[in-house]
Design a protein around this ligand. Structure first.
Ligand SMILES: CC(C)(COP(=O)(O)OP(=O)(O)OC[C@H]1O[C@@H](n2cnc3c(N)ncnc32)[C@H](O)[C@@H]1OP(=O)(O)O)[C@@H](O)C(=O)NCCC(=O)NCCS
Length: 207
């Protein structure tokens, strides 16, 4: 049922046609994606990397990369957007959420390749992540954004997030989206059913 709601299949993912006509595939990350994820991060512009990681990080540290592709499925999710011919696909966007154990809120982050920004991918990813998080029983999705990040601020507003200054770090904006309640037991079961073994996500949203 969840796969139908999300329009995704665990093994093959879902194909989407963007408004500019380009086609992409969206599916959960697996350990086999580590190299492709690293190549994606290396290919981002400095500005995009800084907006996503709040640092000039040129590539993901090995531990972080491993956590991104092999994580606790109950609390985390990582979705990849892929483009290109079968067998030669590359990652063009990554969206993820992660939560501390027992937390009612998950932290959400996403990044779209520079050449793919403005095509609607950010919105598609956020909407899918919010639906996954809701189905997983989270009450809120939150995230930190640089105030100068006009694209993400606009996207957050469009997707129904409230914006405020982060009380722990006034240099950042905190975005918060309350999620309508899902029936917890069914949601947890459906979430697990959909998630492919062995991995789907990362324990902490990377900066
Ligand atoms: C922020 C980011 C994820 C947005 O993704 P995107 O694919 O470029 O955004 P979309 O094309 O889905 O835009 C969706 C909506 O957001 C708004 N929006 C996005 N970029 C905008 C901009 N520069 N100015 C105004 N509105 C904008 C628009 O309402 C847009 O809808 P529309 O195109 O129908 O008008 C992407 O630009 C990115 O990866 N930035 C660098 C990393 C980052 O900032 N991550 C967020 C912090 S975790």
């Amino acid at each position: 049922m969840l796969a139908a709601v999300l329009g995704l299949h665990a093994a093959t993912g879902a194909t989407r046609r963007l408004r500019d006509g380009r086609r992409v595939r969206i599916r959960p990350a697996t350990p086999r994606d580590a190299e492709a994820i690293q190549a994606f991060v290396r290919g981002l512009s400095d500005a995009t990397r800084r907006r996503r990681f709040f640092s000039p990080m040129r590539e993901l540290p090995p531990g972080l990369l491993e956590r991104m592709t092999a994580a606790d499925q109950a609390r985390e999710a990582v979705l990849l957007v892929l483009a290109g011919p079968a067998g030669e696909e590359s990652v063009v966007a990554i969206g993820q959420y992660a939560a501390e154990p027992g937390s009612p809120a998950c932290e959400l982050a996403l990044v779209v390749d520079d050449a793919w920004q403005g095509s609607g991918l950010g919105r598609i990813l956020i909407e899918r992540l919010l639906e996954l998080a809701r189905r997983a029983g989270f009450a809120r999705a939150e995230g930190d954004v640089l105030p100068a990040n006009r694209s993400m601020v606009a996207l957050a507003r469009v997707c129904g997030f409230d914006l405020a200054h982060n009380p722990e770090d006034p240099t950042l904006l905190r975005i918060v989206r309350h999620l309508p309640a899902a029936r917890a037991p069914a949601a947890r079961a459906a979430h697990r059913e959909w998630l492919p073994a062995p991995a789907f996500g990362m324990p902490a949203v990377a900066r």
